[in-house]
Design a protein around this ligand. Structure first.
Ligand code: T46
Length: 134
């Protein structure tokens, strides 16, 4: 599976660091929505779904967490722990998020507004759609 990371530029001076996110520049889509997950329990398993068409970029701006990604053929574990590294989450990728550190803040940029109809929550349906797409 081709897992795409985006390396973000850290602008730093003696007083601290800054990372800028710009649509269709370092973020490869129109940014329609931003949300973040925080205070996630370390034993929580979130996600457990795929999206029909949503594209997203996830950044652990603080702390660390893991993604289990599945494209219907292969599975991969990805650790996010670097605020200068974005993980591109394409459509039709089943994801589970887990192992959040207590301080973790996971920020996600999305190319669409929130739409519950875009979620695929049944793994068998996801796998069928993912395999039909190839
Ligand atoms: C994803 C992973 C990485 C909203 O009202 N608006 C929103 O934009 C979102 C994302 C969620 N919600 C509500 C819906 C639920 O009542 O927030 C609650 C928690 O959402 P959910 O259970 O979908 O959260 P996660 O952490 O399982 O998944 C989220 C995103 O939903 C999903 O698109 O890819 O983070």
């Amino acid at each position: 599976m081709d897992v795409k990371h985006i390396q973000l530029q850290m602008h730093g001076d003696a007083s601290g660091l800054l990372v800028a996110l710009e649509e269709n520049r370092n973020v490869p889509f129109d940014i329609k929505r931003v949300y973040y997950l925080l205070k996630t329990r370390s034993d929580a398993h979130r996600g457990l779904h795929a999206h029909r068409s949503l594209k997203q970029l996830a950044i652990a701006v603080r702390g660390s967490m893991k993604f289990h990604l599945d494209d219907g053929f292969e599975q991969k574990e990805v650790v996010l722990s670097d605020p200068a590294q974005g993980l591109l989450l394409d459509s039709l990728i089943w994801r589970k998020m887990y192992d959040f550190t207590e301080d973790c803040v996971l920020m996600v940029l999305a190319d669409q507004l929130y739409d519950p109809a875009d979620y695929i929550r049944d793994y068998a349906e996801f796998r069928r759609l993912a395999r039909e797409g190839r």
